[in-house]
Design a protein around this ligand. Sequence first.
Ligand code: PNW
Length: 442
Amino acid sequence: MNFPKDFLFGSATASYQVEGAWDKDGRTMSIWDTFCRTPGAVRHGHTGDRACDQYHRYPEDIDLMYRAGIQSYRFSLAWPRIFPKGGSTPNPAGIDYYNRLIDALLDKGITPAITLYHWDLPQELQDSGGWTVRKTAEKYADYAAFCFKTFGDRVKTWITLNEPWCSSHLGYLHGEHAPGIRDRAMAYRAVHHLNLAHGLAVQRFRSMNLKGRIGISLNLSTPRPAARHPEDLHAADRAADGQSRIYLDPLFGKGYPQRHLDTEPAVHMPIEPGDMEIISSPIDFLGLNYYWEEVVRHDASAAEEFVAVPSHFKKTAMGWDVVPEGLYRQIRWVHETYGPLDLYITENGAAFPDRLDESGTACHDPERIEYLREHLRVCKRLCSEGIPLKGYFLWSLLDNFEWAHGYTKRFGIIYIDYGDMRRIPKDSYYFYRDVIAGTEPL
Ligand code: PNW
């Protein structure tokens, strides 16, 4: 049993996490530039000002991908590089950067896969309401259409949004991500406008008759029941509403999960006539970002009748459980509930406390290799069972700016020395290279 011949092995990053050059060539502030400058928001006051400096070092990064046989690079476009201040006048220097990046990838036979929005909203659009207002979804659709037109001759894989749940819930409910707001009503307005933004972009894409495929990347939560009791099974089912069904159901024409909204009395979804049709415009694939799985049990006193249960699993540096079988269960659930539809893992990987060895030229990361091995095995198994899983993007190519954790968490298969920006492939880089080549038995 092996991976299908056309299975795509890729790696992923996001603009704010790797580019740096925050004020170069006409780029203006995004909500993350602002958030990083808010005291107490990000560990050690770290910012993405320099990040991995991929803006200047992309040829080296592409070369590293090429030498590992990585077939596709999933990266995101920084909206405020392309439309400074969220305006409608495109910035030639920003566009030129992405043209150079795309052309350099294609030169090496690496397929670009573009995420249009990985959280770096132009600050000015936040100032006028951010995702709580409809106008932002409309601005996003114009931005998306411009990118399709500008890059669509060479880019055939488009991801509208990355993890909109993080934007709405971490950004507007928990306040852990930019814009750092804690307001339930605002968070759910953001949910709807993010969904609308996605749907509008899909419609614009179709209307342009471009060759290529468009989808979205979601981070689902599909918790496991603590015990095989009817109550816990019900608890696990309820637990999938707030993070998974709130995005999946409207995408697949089922509307918002009403029983979930019923537990959120302060919430009003700002739906206008026609919105749900726009949101459910057919997509070509669904991207799933999978890191871990939670366990829940029944609790009648909780609003949604479930509570999370601590587990005994091995943890990553993020404190996230290592549960490869959770990937298996999640993909089967998505396939059986919403499929058949082409699926991609658009992110999977792990942070561990990596250190360079004494020579400073190698980094031994056996735990990451084990994590990747087990999750790739699950992918292989799903393929062999006939699930249309078409590819895997490893998070991440490089150590990078891990949002509210700053640079304290390292997800890369390539180590970054943030002093001199040296790239040092970790053992997991060579492991992934051998998996792709088919010489590493999983
Ligand atoms: C995802 N959570 O973020 C993002 O797509 C990446 O940019 C990020 O680097 C990666 O996963 C690793 O964290 C998440 O707290 C951040 O639930 C936080 C959460 C989930 C995903």
